[in-house]
Design a protein around this ligand. Sequence first.
Ligand code: NI
Length: 235
Amino acid sequence: MVKKSLFIFALAILTALCFSGEAIPAEGEAKIPAGEKYIALTFDDGPRRGTTDRLLDGLKEREASATFFLIGRQIEGNEDLVSRMAAEGHQVGNHTWNHQRLEGTTSAVVAQEVARTEAVLEELLGGGEYWLRPPYGQVTAGTEASFGVPMVKWSVDPRDWESRNTEKVTQAILDYAEPNSIILLHDIYPTSVDAALKVVDALQEEGYWFVTVEELLWLNGLQPEAGKMYKTGNG
Ligand code: NI
């Protein structure tokens, strides 16, 4: 699905390239002109009413996109939040049904944990690819291909669940963020929502664009591969 925001980015980049006199990149090449900075915020363990909705309000106000990896059993009663994510241009992904550790778990349980959330997302948002973030960032070695979708890890982890401190989380992200970073946060904590919005303000001020993980890979000229684990926008 080609998103409107992606189209606008593509248009902006092509315009920038034309004005700078550089060649238009061929398919498979990075589409990011020198000086442009893109970054992805990712939120795990939601949706949660009271925090996720406040985050969506803040992102909308700032015209920032993000990626949400949802716990399937938390979707019931929060369907409106999930529909809103998709409608507002965010990427929605799978974080298993019960936040099940997939590494070292029997293949039947793993399949069930992933498929159950996928089915709910398909029912709610329609068929599509729901990328996977395995809880704790790991799957059993050798099983990667069985998931059939790209998987997403991260390159910046402020350990927001541990400190639950807005200032600490904000600073930890700003200390490590760089173009193409994938930042790990949890939209179930009010402190993480506050930190995320402060980070968006600070980095937008530095010229960063906040995009989904899918958009970040595309901007880097990468064709997402099923079963591959992505840690940054360029691999
Ligand atoms: Ni998690």
